[in-house]
Design a protein around this ligand. Structure first.
Ligand code: PLP
Length: 398
């Protein structure tokens, strides 16, 4: 038997891990409503036509070669323009790197930044790669609390307590997965002040930046003076192209504090060759093209969010904060006597109601006794899911 690497064996990804028991039920012919994966392409959302056309055209016109490791110059230019419009950042194409989506950006940034034994502050609850990938590099993801009673805003005092001499950066996910929180400008300023005090960079995941229902996203990149910020974004959510695997990151670093890190990350970028070339042509079309599709899509999503939120407020045994961004809702299990933990709860719902959620503890310590629902499907499907879930809860609690 070949012995695998321990660093790989320890990796967990709750969102996909729960699919296995769901598949077992489906094999028996049972219809399971899957509300676990945040993939708009599985429902009635597609990337806009001008992006799909540009992708096909790039392939037909022969753009099927390796590109530069840092990304095509025309795309890096388009990213600068998009980010100047959105965040008012003072960057040039030289500050931009194109990646195989945000997930690869995380691999590259963590890989370039973290030595074994060092740590990075990540939100709790948080999107699982933030803990899994950091651990893969033998570093420690230190979870800082976000506070449910305060709309899941980060707890700055807790963040401060978690910093020590081995801390290398503060990661911020806003709008947040799994909570749907949208951070206030004041909170972003406080995070930047704290980072400045300890001379730490901020790593900002903005993949849901234009997906907000109330309020607007504020980037630390737009507010920073001297604190270096690495902003990540991509095509997966706002441009509805999850399967194209294209994203980017850029450095807002007026004082050049990240120069050595940039060199380390560039080395990593060269050994992984380059991101998909034709997908980059689609990205240029998306970033420079019309955004009217987003209004229509956000109206659909808002209706779905409002529907699920309303239903959840009527279901016994759970309570819910209304998400302000992204397409997730993260209810709390109030009635706990029937289950050992949130994972058992989610499996019980799966077997009893044939609806698939993700257990909150899969997103970190602060996610315990919660579960995540993806509200991407049309209202008819959400209605059936909520009917099944409500009946399940009423029976359980009667
Ligand atoms: N970052 C966050 C916060 C996410 O929720 C997700 C996907 O759900 C990703 C990154 C993954 O993005 P990508 O498809 O660009 O790798």
């Amino acid at each position: 038997m070949v012995r695998p690497a321990e660093r790989a064996m320890g990796i967990e990804y709750a969102i996909r891990d729960v699919v296995l028991p769901a598949r077992e039920l489906e094999k028996k012919g049972i219809n399971v409503i899957r509300l676990n994966i945040g993939d708009p392409g599985k429902f009635d959302f597609q990337p806009p036509k001008h992006m799909r056309d540009a992708y096909c055209r790039a392939i037909q016109e022969g753009h099927n070669y390796y590109g530069p490791s840092e990304g095509l110059p025309e795309l890096r230019e388009a990213i600068v323009e998009r980010e100047k419009r959105k965040n008012g950042v003072d960057i040039t194409p030289d500050d931009v790197r194109v990646t195989a989506a945000v997930t690869e950006a995380l691999q590259l940034i963590f890989g370039g930044l973290l030595n074994p034994g060092e740590n990075i502050l990540v939100p709790s609850p948080s999107y699982p790669p933030y803990t899994g990938l950091v651990k893969f590099y033998a570093a420690e993801p230190r979870e800082y609390l976000t506070v449910e009673e305060n709309g899941w805003q980060p707890d700055i005092d807790d963040m401060r307590k978690k910093i020590d001499e081995k801390t290398k950066a503060i990661a911020v996910i806003n709008p947040n997965n799994p909570t749907g929180a949208l951070y206030e400008k004041k909170t972003i300023k406080e995070i930047l002040d704290l980072a400045g005090e300890y001379d730490l960079p901020v790593i900002s995941d903005e993949i849901y930046d234009l997906m907000t229902y109330e309020g607007k996203h504020v980037s630390p990149g737009s507010l920073t003076k001297d604190v270096p910020v690495i902003v990540m974004n991509g095509l997966s959510k706002v441009y509805f192209a999850t399967g194209w695997r294209l994203g980017y990151f850029y450095y807002v670093d007026p004082e050049g504090k990240l120069d050595e890190l940039r060199e380390a990350i560039d080395k990593l970028m060269r050994i992984r060759l380059c991101p998909s070339t034709p997908a980059q042509f689609a990205a240029i079309a998306g970033l420079t093209g019309p955004m009217d599709y987003l209004e229509e899509y956000m109206a659909k999503l808002k209706e779905r969010r409002d529907y699920v939120y309303k239903r959840l407020t009527e279901i016994p045994g759970v309570s819910t904060v209304k998400p302000q961004g992204a397409f997730y809702i993260f209810p709390r299990i109030e009635e706990r006597s029937k289950w050992k933990n949130d994972k058992e709860f989610v499996l019980d719902v799966l077997h009893g109601a044939h609806v698939l959620f993700v257990h909150g503890s899969g997103f970190g310590k602060a996610g315990e006794w919660h579960f995540r629902i993806v509200f991407l499907p049309p209202v008819e499907i959400l209605e059936e899911a909520m009917n099944r879930f409500e009946e399940f809860m009423r029976k359980k609690l009667s």
